[in-house]
Design a protein around this ligand. Structure first.
Ligand code: SDX
Length: 424
């Protein structure tokens, strides 16, 4: 199968076919408009690929997710988040020396310039931390302007991964009026973030190893997901050769939407609403099916997964484990489990293959760790940062990549002559 044919009017056009390493088939339409004058049209890009990529593979029908060929459940159980960052960005798991250097670099670049602390004074106390994260990440480009020097991208990748967690933790401290806690060089990536979030100057604080390992797992599960909305935004912005900090900022902003990364915050708000409404989850399953009601079951459904999101399965187990280990009984977990049970047996959801996605259980775990709801999407962004970086780097290192510039079908008024306001 090396070509596909499109018959348009009286003419037949033959287009090359691309087959990936997992036997996915793509019809290469780059030259189609030049040959036919016509374009393909696919709002939402449900059947359109933007690129060929060797980073992440998803099989939505079978619920498979692999980073550079490694299964997500194996990485979540056995790897550290820095290891997965290195794997996604550079294509291979680091050896011992490479991992030590990479982890050490991440530790030593965790501080932000002292002047950047002043930015926080300008934000209102109730500023959403995603607004702060996006502003601060873009502002990193003012402290690290592009020089074109060799190794600049690798150093900026370290700066982004290392400083994003500090920026996020400082945003939380700002929101509760507590002093910033600086990074500590003797802590792991996850422990350093938790320490910056929850330590206070007045008394000693020790990061709970359960929280540290759970956060490590959460960050790995969110690290990449091929051409999702925010990663596509990063690729498109990066294709104009905007600097890496500006490109990552576009990913943060795209992720914020409640249909995408903002869903984890929306799930907890939905579960809380159901709990406060007497726990009548069946009422909300029905509401989600009512076309006259714009209520959606947040945390359910996915453009690609038409089976269980493998990340949701891992997070469902982790939510139960951490609550049990902590001896916490979160009523929202009960509501989530009841909602899932009813929805998975309801024709509306079964027919549309709507299953819990990565956002359905993650918020339960963040809550158990004491992370406030408004920080949930920031947690998603911290996890997804290596994925955005890996796609930005793959795109920028691809000599065949051009600036992204989709076409359209115009449906507005045809040519007409200007009429002076007196005559309108
Ligand atoms: C993430 O792309 C990625 O990989 C994203 C992500 C990643 O790691 O980057 O996995 C992270 O964003 C997960 C998704 C988080 N969002 C939510 O949980 C929000 C709720 N979900 C929906 O908004 C929706 O399912 C989407 C946005 C996730 C997917 O939207 P699609 O692919 O455009 O599907 P659709 O809206 O066309 O839905 C198909 C049908 C429709 O009904 P009909 O018109 O066929 O009658 O299913 C219905 C929808 O109304 N539907 C839902 C529903 N999701 C879809 N109905 C009720 N509740 C829902 N949650």
């Amino acid at each position: 199968m090396s070509t596909a044919k499109i018959i348009l009017g009286e003419k037949e056009y033959e287009l090359p076919v691309v087959v990936g390493t997992e036997n996915e088939v793509g019809i290469h339409t780059t030259k189609f408009r030049g040959q036919s004058g016509a374009i393909t049209l696919d709002p939402g890009f449900g059947s359109t690929g933007s690129c060929e990529s060797g980073i992440t593979f998803i099989n939505g029908e079978e619920g498979i997710l692999r980073y550079r060929g490694y299964a997500i459940d194996e990485l979540a159980e056995k790897a550290s988040f820095p290891e997965v960052c290195y794997l996604l960005i550079y294509g291979e798991l680091p050896n011992k020396a490479q991992l030590e250097k990479f982890s050490d670099d991440l530790t030593r670049h965790s501080l932000i310039h002292e002047d950047m602390k002043k930015f926080y004074e300008g934000f209102p106390a109730n500023a959403h931390p995603m607004a702060i994260l996006s502003s601060m990440v873009c502002s990193l480009s003012t402290y690290y302007p592009e020089t074109g020097e060799p190794g600049e991208d690798d150093l900026n990748i370290i700066r982004l991964l290392a400083k994003a967690k500090t920026i996020a933790a400082f945003a939380y401290k700002k929101s509760i009026g507590q002093p910033f806690i600086y990074p500590k060089n003797d802590l792991s990536y996850s422990a350093n973030f938790l320490n910056m979030m929850f330590a206070v100057p007045a008394e000693p604080y020790t990061v709970d190893p359960i929280f540290e390992s759970t956060l490590n797992k959460l960050l790995i599960l969110h690290a990449d997901h091929e051409q999702n909305c925010s990663t596509s935004a990063v690729r498109l912005v990066g294709s104009s050769h905007a600097n890496i900090f500006a490109s990552m900022t576009s990913g943060i902003c795209a992720l914020w939407g409640p249909l995408h990364g903002g869903a984890n915050q929306a799930v907890i708000e939905m579960l809380t609403m159901i709990h406060n409404d007497g726990g009548d989850y069946k009422k909300y399953v029905k509401k989600a099916q009512d076309k006259s009601d714009d209520f959606k079951l947040m945390g359910f459904g996915h453009r690609v997964y038409k089976n269980f999101d493998p990340r949701a399965r891992i997070l469902k187990a982790a939510a139960g484990e951490i609550l049990e280990k902590m001896g916490v009984n979160d009523p929202l977990l009960d509501v989530a489990r009841q909602l899932e049970e009813v929805a998975l047996n309801d024709d509306y959801f079964v027919q549309r293959k709507l299953y819990p996605n990565v956002d359905f259980y993650s918020g339960i775990i963040y809550r158990a760790m004491g992370i406030p709801t408004e920080m949930f999407t920031v947690m998603f962004a911290l996890g997804r940062l290596p994925g955005w970086i890996s796609h930005w780097r793959e795109m920028r290192n691809d000599p065949s990549m051009r600036i992204g510039r989709p076409r359209q079908i115009y449906t507005g008024p045809q040519g007409r002559t200007f009429v002076p306001v007196e005559s309108r």
